[in-house]
Structures are given as C-alpha cells and as structure tokens.
Ligand binder design. Structure first.
Ligand SMILES: [Zn+2]
Length: 155
C-alpha cells in the first residue's frame, strides 16, 4: 500500500509540475501535502470506515463447517453430520425421539423446514452407506427370489 501511495503522489505532483511552472520548493511542499492526504485516505481505507468491504473478504470470515440456521433445509445436511433446524444440535441422524422433544414428528419437521418427505434426516455418509448396503445385500436377493417365484407360478 505504501509503494502505491508514493506512486500516486509522484504522479499527481508530476501532473502539477508539468501543467505550470513550479519551483523545487513548491513541488516538495505539494508532494508533502498530497502524501499526507493520501496517507489519511489510506488509513481510513484500512480501518474500513465508510468503505464497503469486498464480497470475497466477508465470505472468508464466515465459518465454513456448520451451516447457519435459517438457510435452505439441505444446508443442514452435512457430509458427516446433520444439524437439527429446531435447536442447532448436530447428529449423525435426527431421530423421531429427538424431534418429539420439539413437539414434532419427522413428517412435521420435514414439512416445516421444506424437506421432501422421502428425504432422510441423516448425514450424507449415513444415507450413502445405508443405500449401498441395501444394494449389496437386500435388493438383488429379493429380486432373485421374486423371479424364482414368478418362474414357478408360470410353469
Ligand atoms: Zn433439535
């Protein structure tokens, strides 16, 4: 910032000097005056007074991990935790039992916060491992059994 300040200062004085006749003394004085003003502006900028904070800076300040309450419902579902939108507590999975403490059923909770009814109130890791294990165990087995039964019926 200091170097930029000096460059600006020199540019301003150069412009003034080339515009009219200035003595060395006048140039020096005006350089000092302008430098002081620029310094004050710079200090003001650094303290943030009266100047808008750029978007990128204010975003950095927000905590990245825990989703803030009041945002979209799906922001409460994290990779390995889910936040109860009623009380802000974190779980692997929000149970019906916990929701009862807020006087809600899972269905009411989903409705209230804008989830779809088929959404599971669990961390992504939990939901994923659950559907993977379902695929690995149950479904092909059941399907095989179902096909077997159909074969027997039709023959
Ligand atoms: Zn809660």
């Amino acid at each position: 910032m200091g170097k930029r300040l000096l460059e600006m200062c020199v540019q301003i004085v150069e412009a003034q000097a080339s515009a009219g006749m200035m003595s060395t003394e006048e140039i020096e004085q005006s350089l000092k005056k302008i430098y002081k003003v620029l310094q004050e502006l710079d200090a003001l900028e650094e303290s943030g007074a009266g100047i808008e904070v750029p978007q990128a800076v204010s975003e950095k300040k927000e905590p990245a991990k825990v989703p803030a309450l009041g945002k979209g419902p799906y922001e409460s579902i994290g990779e390995d935790s889910v936040v109860c939108l009623e009380c802000g507590a974190q779980f692997r999975q929000i149970t019906a039992n916990h929701l009862r403490s807020h006087g809600l059923t899972p269905r009411e909770y989903k409705k209230k916060w804008g989830f779809r009814l088929k959404d599971s109130l669990a961390a992504k890791v939990v939901t994923r491992s659950r559907s993977e294990s379902a695929k690995a165990r149950g479904i092909p087995e059941n399907l095989k059994a179902y096909q077997e039964r159909r074969k027997k019926k039709s023959s």
